[in-house]
Design a protein around this ligand. Structure first.
Ligand code: SF4
Length: 207
């Protein structure tokens, strides 16, 4: 996988578990509020973090960290994601996937092979209004497939929306609440990008 960064410790990104976060490079969306352009736009990519650096760190933290979040970018674009997740599981880590839901076939593979414990899927907007946020055309049926897979997986999961009030309305949020059947759904504030940059700066900080 192409890995753009590593956060070595978080208590807030994997519910109930101290965790690390691995950020993959590359995304098929171009969200207007994206906080991680360095993981989305190829001309902003930095030299990928060597996978061996990740494995060596995770070996040292076995018994201290309980989970690893794989985020991005969009992790499901990486064909070797199942291999990566399998290695995490073999090391005893619980795994969480952050996804935009655009690749249900990869989600199915991860679920079927029991390689993921928690899935968080972004719901950018009501399904007919997606491109207003993502900047690309997205087939609503693909997103529905991902939602159905997640809902019926038996895994811990969460759907979440960043409430960009410049383009989403309260009616949109109500529609999304209905779409998620009012279950495991969270709306988060749309933070200015500059605030989030502070997070990216800790990517290589030792703890
Ligand atoms: S899906 Fe996530 S990483 Fe990709 S452009 Fe949107 S906010 Fe950024």
């Amino acid at each position: 996988m192409k890995i753009g960064g590593l956060v070595k410790f978080t208590l807030i990104d994997f519910p109930g578990r101290p965790a690390a976060i691995v950020f993959t490079q590359g995304c098929n969306f171009r969200c207007r509020y994206c906080h991680n352009p360095e993981l989305v736009y190829p001309h902003l990519f930095t030299e990928p973090v060597a996978e061996e650096e990740i494995w060596s760190f995770l070996q040292r933290r076995q018994g201290t960290l309980e989970g690893v979040v794989v985020s991005g970018g969009e992790p499901t674009l990486h064909e070797d994601l199942p291999v990566f997740m399998a290695r995490l599981k073999a090391m005893g880590y619980a795994t969480k996937l952050d996804t935009n839901g655009a690749r249900p076939a990869m989600l199915k593979e991860l679920i079927d092979q029991k390689l993921v414990d928690f899935i968080a899927m972004d719901l950018k907007a009501p399904l007919g209004k997606y491109s207003v946020i993502t900047g690309v055309e997205t087939n609503p049926e693909i997103l529905r497939q991902s939602m159905d897979l997640i809902r019926t997986s038996g895994l811990e999961y969460e759907f979440r929306t960043t409430y960009d009030k410049e383009v989403l309305t309260d009616t949109d949020i109500k529609a999304l609440e209905e779409l998620t059947q009012h279950k495991n759904y969270r709306v988060q504030e749309c933070l200015p990008v500059a605030k989030e940059k502070a997070t990216l700066k800790v990517l290589h900080q030792e703890i």
